[in-house]
Design a protein around this ligand. Structure first.
Ligand code: GTP
Ligand code: MG
Length: 328
């Protein structure tokens, strides 16, 4: 018996052929099944469609399970958490080895680091937490990396200036992460619940700069990404520019250090209060104790105020390395 399929069926079949995602394919197959007249002549076709639908559904469920997987949470410590990401073998672990006293495995072959690992980088009276991670390429991303990046305060995207194409390394990571709803950007922005995209403050580091003698590769990277991101070149191996890298990491976090002092005593430079840039006297007091902030009458500020020991109100905006004396 001929199948006698209506034109809408062929329309749905065309949509199936042109579908880019499994979800679209599934939708088109379901339509084909719904449109198809149900009689003996279409029995085989119906069975075939049902089989294809069930296969796609199973694949989608499998993907969901994999995405859920287990997640890894790295407890935050210090003034901020920054995760280093990038293609395999670019020197992420080597950079962390230079900046902290951790001893991650560094090796001349790709996919050395398979688990995230945190280490503390001392920087001018504070500690910043760096997280080493497993490699990302244009088509490889360990699913737990998504949580690590989303949870971090900032990202360092490392590229290898001794490789043929560091631009491809940056581009591949940006694209892959965007597919997982992570947008690496210069400016911090809240996640819009309508699209669920996390915007992460990012800087680019071109490593192995000593292999890029003429600076040609870094020049190309800078030309392409220098407007969209802070960008710096270093050689972790030769310890070139690593102090500037530390400063840039601090800047990337958008934080400031506020030292506190008791009346008549010297400031405590060892344990500053960490605030977001633009933080006020009241916010600094809140970091110490809720009641303290509530009872605060005024403060005196040394540093960027008009004059040393200037009396200021609770809403006075502080600056990096100001010294504050609270009065309750
Ligand atoms: N010439 C040169 N080699 C470097 C530099 N930094 C790292 N390397 C070398 O590059 C190789 C890879 O370094 P790793 O730190 O293991 O790279 P990774 O990005 O952590 O690699 P995965 O863990 O596989 O993602 C090692 O052989 C390092 O010694 C550098 O500044 N210059
Ligand atoms: Mg590594």
């Amino acid at each position: 018996m001929p199948a006698n399929l209506p034109p809408q069926y062929f329309e749905a079949e065309r949509r199936f052929r042109e579908a880019k995602t499994d979800e679209e394919k599934l939708g088109a197959l379901k339509q084909m099944l719904a449109i198809m007249p149900k009689h003996k002549g279409t029995d085989k076709l119906q069975a075939d469609l049902r089989r294809r639908i069930s296969k796609l559904k199973k694949a989608a469920e499998q993907r969901k399970k994999q995405k859920k997987g287990f997640s890894i949470v790295i407890e935050k410590e210090g003034a901020g958490q920054v995760v280093l990401i990038g293609y395999p073998n670019v020197g992420k672990s080597r950079i962390i080895k230079s900046l902290t006293n951790a001893t991650p495995e560094v090796a001349p072959y790709p996919f050395t680091t398979r688990q995230p690992a945190a280490a503390m980088m001392p920087f001018d009276h504070i500690q910043i937490q760096l997280v080493d991670s497993s490699p990302i390429t244009s088509d490889y991303l360990d699913f737990w990396m998504i949580g690590i990046i989303r949870n971090s305060d900032a990202v360092i995207l490392v590229a290898d200036l001794s490789s043929d194409n560091p631009v491809k390394q940056v581009d591949g990571v940006l694209k892959n992460l965007l597919e997982s709803k992570i947008n690496l950007t210069r400016e911090e922005k809240e996640t819009d619940p309508r699209d669920g995209i996390a915007h992460k403050k990012t800087m680019i580091v071109g490593n192995k700069a000593e292999q890029d003698r003429s600076g040609e590769k870094f020049g190309i990277l800078k030309k392409l990404y220098g407007k969209a991101f802070p960008i710096i070149c270093v050689s972790a191996e030769n310890d070139d520019n690593m102090d500037s890298l530390k400063k840039e990491i601090y800047k990337l976090l958008g934080i400031m250090r506020v030292y506190t002092k008791e009346p008549g005593e010297n400031p405590d430079f060892d344990d500053p209060v960490i605030l977001k840039i633009g933080g006020t006297v009241k916010e600094a007091a809140l970091e110490i104790h809720k009641d303290f902030a509530y009872n605060l009458k005024y403060a005196r500020v040394w540093g960027h105020a008009k004059f040393d020991g200037q009396k200021v109100e609770k809403d006075h905006i502080l600056q990096d390395e100001d010294v504050v004396e609270f009065h309750i």
